[in-house]
Ligand binder design. Sequence first.
Ligand code: AKG
Ligand code: FE2
Length: 208
Amino acid sequence: MLSESPERLDETLLQLMAASLTKHGWSQQNIFLPADLTLALAAECRALALVGALNLAAVGRGAAQTVRGDIRGDRILWLKAGQSPACDRYLLIMETLRVMLNRSLFLGLDEYESHFAFYAPGASYHPHLDRFRDDDSRTVSVVIYLNHDWLPEQGGALRLHPAGQVSEDIAPLGSRLVLFLSADMLHEVLPATRDRMSLAGWFRRRPA
Ligand SMILES: O=C(O)CCC(=O)C(=O)O
Ligand SMILES: [Fe+2]
């Protein structure tokens, strides 16, 4: 089925992304999701926000988890297989990406977890690493943006802080994919003047 569908991933592009991930610690591709899928996922995220199905995100893990709107202001919903046809299409694409990344980088990625994220105007996420102190399974972070016609002056950039290099701002433009190494890449989300929607996810290695 994948071979006939528009979401077939381009092996050459994927290899370039994997190379950039290794060399720079991050990588992006601008038109990663098919336009119709981006629209369907955006509509689903907005509908979930409207009915109150998204919850304020916590920081930390396990017993140390707390909601700290001053550190992190997004509302999220973790994805489950079978949640909707659009989510299943997205999860299938991420599964293909996982297999391709393993083929190029030998990272041993064996799971994917992902949530919708909705940042209302003014919400942000302070600089952080995605890997938890007591759990090193998160290996590659993935963000896909769902925002139609995003303008740079609307803010909301993902700001990457690669060690020893100048920071990099990436606008949350619909269909765009960003990958980075969860353990190493300090990053933050800047506040925006409009709603900012995304799917954030993590390829994980089984804990040793
Ligand atoms: O939405 C983004 O650009 C990044 C989100 C993020 O850093 C996270 O959810 O951990
Ligand atoms: Fe993050």
